[in-house]
Design a protein around this ligand. Structure first.
Ligand code: GUN
Length: 305
């Protein structure tokens, strides 16, 4: 659509998007997990435990790990944070993961990313036992997800689909466009939307899915087709209103620092005039990732108890 006609449509429409409150849904999910933790404990005497490994002193990673620790505590999940110096060798890290894999009191293991450059991320992640891999990054868990028989759903894509379903938004039969093809978000989100059943049933899956990325020749032509548009590319305020079909649902999975503000991958101001619903940043998708990590840790404990 030419910019002029888009601007006219926008001017003539009084549309202002509904804000999808990720924080509120995340609180509900965390409460459900806390109840599940207590039920497991009273049935079996087992308290789920998450071990988080943090290598180096990346400031953002330290905040994320601290937030995960606090969230575990609130949900009644035991947590162990292992902080290692940036100079940690691959052998030492793999040895630690072997110990955690063999420790039956530890149900979930995560290695906070990014790792320092001298450590091979794939080799490290591959060492986590797939039954404790609460990020769902291991080849076995990626394969199970892809075959529609997931052991764990990856946290951010899972949180996003929970959010939509709990806000009454079905994706079945809809044109879903995912912008971004990362291993953590874009690819697993495509896989989940394609399945015949989602974490919340058939309405939470069965979409017609297109994935765009840095080599897509005309991204706006594709995003304009979307009924549901997910953006996860790590570029501040990248998606503009003129790239969105009026009435689309827009889910912003980016978190970027812009000066002293946090912004998403979506230009909230222009897109919220066109979309029917939108997630804010902060307070949209972010809180759901930790909520689903807690969910997966409980699930890992249930699998062995
Ligand atoms: N770094 C940024 N996001 C994530 C995540 O979801 N899991 C881990 N382990 N590290 C991350």
């Amino acid at each position: 659509m030419a910019f002029d006609s888009w601007a006219l449509k926008r001017k003539n429409s009084s549309m202002s998007a509904r804000i999808l409150d990720g924080k509120a849904i995340a609180n509900t999910l965390r409460m459900e997990t806390a109840q599940g933790v207590e039920a497991l404990f009273s049935r079996t005497g087992v308290r789920p435990q998450l071990a988080a490994v943090l290598v180096g002193d990346d400031a953002a990673s330290q905040v994320y790990v601290r937030n995960k620790e606090i969230a575990c505590e609130k949900a009644g999940i035991a947590s162990r944070v292992i902080r290692l110096p940036v100079s940690t060798s691959l052998d030492d890290l793999l040895r630690l993961l072997d110990e955690l894999n063999g420790d039956s009191s530890v149900h979930g293991i995560l290695v906070q990313l990014p790792l320092p450059g001298h450590l091979d991320t794939q080799q490290v992640l591959d060492r986590i036992s797939p039954r404790k891999d609460v990020d769902a990054f291991s080849p076995e868990n990626v394969g199970l997800l892809s075959q529609g028989r997931a052991r764990f759903y990856p946290c951010t894509p899972h949180g996003v689909l929970q959010l939509l379903d709990r806000c009454g938004i079905e994706i079945a039969g809809k044109e879903v466009v995912v912008v971004g093809r990362s291993e953590i978000v874009g690819k697993p989100l495509v896989s989940m939307c394609l399945q015949k059943a989602g974490p919340r049933g058939s309405g939470n899956a069965n979409a017609t899915v297109t994935c765009c990325h840095s080599q897509t020749s005309d991204i706006a032509a594709v995003t304009l087709r979307a009924d549901i548009l997910f953006v996860a590319i790590g570029k501040p305020q990248w998606l503009q209103g003129e790239m969105v079909k009026p009435g689309a649902v827009v889910v912003d999975i980016g978190i970027n620092r812009l000066g002293d503000r946090l912004v998403g991958d979506v230009d909230f101001e222009s897109v919220s005039q066109v979309a029917s619903a939108i997630t804010p940043v902060p307070g949209g998708v972010g809180p759901l990732t930790i909520a689903m990590l807690l969910h997966n840790t409980l699930h890992a404990a249930e699998l062995t108890s």
